[in-house]
Design a protein around this ligand. Structure first.
Ligand code: FAD
Length: 507
């Protein structure tokens, strides 16, 4: 019997959206349902690194590190607007890992992953180098190596935009509540979490990409009991006012064996994270605990000349890692690799679960999933995502400055720092966002920070934004600069615009 879709994907995080894009591009009919906003789960709460994971070498995760290292340059080329290279300073700490071990790890890191564009590791004299100035004088030597930074929540949305461009149906604010096996297919029920309306459709197969909710979905929708495939490990970050003036990052080792990053964030801030805390309850939004914020201040203060205190914190965020439960005793030792597992116990129609994974490996996870899909419902298309830009990313790496200049030539009356932010957020889609603007006043109402009505409407019209929070903390990071009154004002505007728009649609 023909079904409405070939594939239903539960969950609009990076893994669900990456699979939707890949599958739609190969010609499968795809529906993706996301209970909240796209990327509102773990995928907007990461450290935002596209990295091999230096520390995973200590846990002998060579395969994961190698494939993640290779992905760095692939993802950078796919999305040079939202991905950029970073240099990390790893100070040698006399009481912790010896220099030879750091050197060996970094040697492997440099040569395992087919690095072509990113510069190699070098040693740094922290007594002379600019990066040493922010550190305590006892840190005299260190290493400098490469990884990449990604705007995580935008990576999710751009995958969803491209999936939709290729024919996928993307339903945000749509929770999958039931799935019944019927004949040779799934009959699925979803509920719109804003209107309460339910919809039903059929699909040949289901992919459970619910991240930290993956086990809950198995229990509540598919009727399994007591499953524990993932281990829920909360990671939190603090954001403080800029702690150093250069654009490099730090990776600090701590006496418990963990590492903590300090990364330049949104021009004016420094992002410090992360933690590993067992997490119990996925019903509530994860939040940093007092112990976690104390821990992060402590680690940073061990290295920085000026201590980091609770009073320095301007914002925090937390996310929950859905780590595959491989039986490791410590959270930090659990594998960061992904597992794709078909659940055969619930029905003859295919259901595949995703356990674990990283932002960095989402694209190859999608490719691995597409192989499984082909074996279950028939092959369509071939691998294509490695060489194809995400929306707005159709320019060469290293040409960001040039693209900002082009945008400025078209809109000379707009501030260059504003245009640079648009370019880092929307890439060449900035031209679409600004189309027809002839003078600054045509950007419309100013809500705060660098946020104007034109951008807000663009995000609602093109990127499924439907609340102030979607815009302030996921599509952009302007929210850190907003006060309560500005936040309320934006929320009111968004609500009115969304209501008017849906009225137009139903008329
Ligand atoms: P999610 O992003 O959580 O998406 C799952 C989605 O499913 C959610 O949006 C949820 O609303 C939805 N959902 C649940 N139930 C239903 C339902 N019934 N119907 C519809 N939708 C449903 N990785 C890196 O590569 N680099 C890093 O620097 C990095 N740092 C990290 C730091 C921290 C603190 C954490 C927590 C993780 C980090 N990771 C990093 C890992 C990475 O963020 C995650 O592996 C990844 O985001 C998981 O994506 P996901 O799509 O599987 O899950």
């Amino acid at each position: 019997m023909p079904t409405d879709y070939d594939i239903l994907i539960i969950g609009g995080g990076i893994n669900g959206c990456g699979i939707a894009r890949d599958a739609a591009g190969r010609g499968y009919s795809v529906c993706l349902c996301e209970a909240g906003d796209l990327g509102s789960g773990t995928s907007s709460a990461s450290t935002k690194l596209v990295h091999g994971g230096l520390r995973y070498l200590e846990h002998y995760e060579f395969n994961l590190v190698r494939k993640a290292l290779i992905e760095r340059e692939v993802i950078w080329k796919m999305a040079p607007h939202i991905v950029h290279p970073l240099r990390f300073i790893l100070p040698h700490h006399k009481g912790l890992r010896p220099k030879w071990l750091l050197r060996l790890g970094l040697f492997l890191y440099d040569y395992m992953g087919g690095r072509k564009l990113l510069p190699p590791t070098k040693t740094v004299n922290l007594k002379r180098d600019e990066t040493g100035k922010a550190l305590k004088p006892e840190f005299e030597a260190g290493f400098e190596y490469s990884d990449c930074w990604v705007n995580d929540s935008r990576l999710v949305v751009l995958n969803a935009v491209d999936a939709e461009n290729k024919g996928a149906k993307i339903l945000s604010r749509t929770k999958v509540t039931d799935a019944q096996y019927s004949g040779d297919h799934w009959q699925i029920t979803c509920e719109n979490t804003q209107s309460g309306k339910t919809i039903q459709f059929s699909s040949k197969m289901i992919i459970n990409a619910a991240g930290p909710w993956v086990d809950e979905v198995l229990c509540s929708i598919f009727g399994l009991n007591d499953v524990q495939n993932v281990r829920l490990v909360r990671g939190s970050h603090i954001v403080i006012n800029k702690k150093f003036q250069h654009d490099k990052c730090y990776i600090f080792q701590y006496s418990d064996g963990r590492i903590v990053f300090a990364i330049p964030y949104e021009d004016q801030y420094t992002l410090i994270g992360t933690t590993d805390a067992e997490h119990e309850n996925m019903d509530e939004k994860p939040q940093i605990s007092p112990q976690e914020s104390e821990y992060l201040c402590q680690v940073a203060s061990d290295y920085f000349r000026e201590p980091v205190t609770q009073q320095d914190i301007v914002w925090t965020y937390s996310g929950v890692r859905p780590l595959y439960d491989d039986g490791a005793s410590e959270a930090q030792e659990a594998t960061r690799d992904y597992v794709l597992a078909q659940e055969k116990s619930v029905s003859p129609a295919p259901l595949i679960n995703i356990f674990g994974g990283k932002i960095t490996t989402y694209r190859i996870l999608a490719e691995a999933m597409l192989e499984k899909i082909a074996s279950l419902i028939g092959k369509k298309g071939k691998q294509w995502t490695a060489d194809t830009h995400l929306p707005g990313g159709d320019f060469a790496v290293g040409k960001m400055g040039w693209e900002v200049e082009k945008l400025h030539n078209n809109y000379p009356f707009l501030d260059k720092t504003y245009l640079a932010r648009l370019m880092r957020t929307y890439g060449t889609c900035s031209h679409l966002l600004l189309e027809g603007v002839k003078e600054k006043s045509q950007l419309g109402e100013h809500f705060g920070g660098q946020l104007f009505q034109r951008e807000v409407e663009y995000l609602i019209d093109h990127e499924w934004a439907c609340s102030g929070e979607d815009i302030l903390f996921r599509r952009t990071k302007q929210g850190i600069q907003f006060n309560a009154q500005q936040t309320r004002q934006l929320a009111r505007f968004v609500q009115h615009y969304v209501e008017a728009k849906s009225g137009k649609v139903t008329d």
